[in-house]
Design a protein around this ligand. Sequence first.
Ligand code: NAD
Length: 326
Amino acid sequence: MSSGIRVGQAGLGEWGKNLARNFADLADLAWLTDPADGKEQVFAARYPQARWASSFEEMLADPDLQAVVIATPVPTHYELAKQALEAGKHVFVEKPPAMKAAEIDELVAIAEERDLVLMPGHLLLYHPGVQKLKELIDSGSLGEVLMVYGNRQNLGVIRKHENALWSLGVHDLSVILYLLDEDPSEAVAHGQSLLKTGVEDVVFCYLRFPSGRIAHMHLSWLDPHKMRKMTVVGSEKMAVFDDMELDRKVTIYEKSPWKPVNTYGEWQTRTGDIHIPKIATDEPLKLECQEFLRLVAGEGDRSKTARDGARVVRALDMLTASLDGS
Ligand SMILES: NC(=O)c1ccc[n+]([C@@H]2O[C@H](COP(=O)([O-])OP(=O)(O)OC[C@H]3O[C@@H](n4cnc5c(N)ncnc54)[C@H](O)[C@@H]3O)[C@@H](O)[C@H]2O)c1
């Protein structure tokens, strides 16, 4: 059902078209804009209720427009989000919302000052499988979380401009920081440009947190395995979210280190049942768009959403700085 919230969208490329489909269902999709040839013809016909803006500024000038969706290339995000917030609009901006820690801090400050929503498009946080991992961690059922690691590997798609950290890593980084709810004290990346100078095809990241927990990400498009996996190792149980699986997205292993009293402090291991909980099949993108509209409508914690988004950009900035220097 439509929320009736008036939304305008900039960027109708490969990903933006999916956002427009959802916002047309869930909200009043009132404006569209994209300067590329042929976009107006296709999208004005698909969404006749929406007006076509010849520029981003024209769309922002509508005083009745409440919210803006930005699905343009990454280097444009910060400027467009800033313009929209300064025009008093709530903003949904595709990931990552900015390329530098200083930029995201500025966006968060503007959003907080004006009590506006600033929500980054971290799609995986709305995946019911990731929600399940979060529930397992927060309920304490895994025991104390010791480490988390992500695998995002495949053969292809080989990128020419963005390296594996920026094109693949943002997803896993957003999930790791969401699960642990902590800023890393250390974030180091090593990578190698094997096919094109200056574009790392393989990146390994290591993060350490003030609590002592650690995380790791293996990001690559030069790999025989297609992996989309996040593993959480707890002191009582271990859980895996595997997005390549159809009907066992999350598996919980009753495996853990164990110190029996009669062995004088030696560690042993314990292996028990393997449990596969049912995971809802709701479309994460729809859930993500609904969450944005809920925040615009005044529900939820809009300030936390913006600050959590900033945490991802800050960590990405740390990893990028170390990768450049490695
Ligand atoms: N959440 C996800 O899973 C996911 C998946 C893919 C892409 N993305 C993100 O979505 C964004 C777009 O990716 P894409 O694959 O659709 O790229 P794309 O290149 O296919 O589309 C970008 C579009 O933005 C338009 N554009 C450029 N500047 C503009 C401006 N100032 N105003 C309006 N339109 C403008 C371009 O003409 C193009 O049509 C990127 O930030 C990417 O990181 C997210």
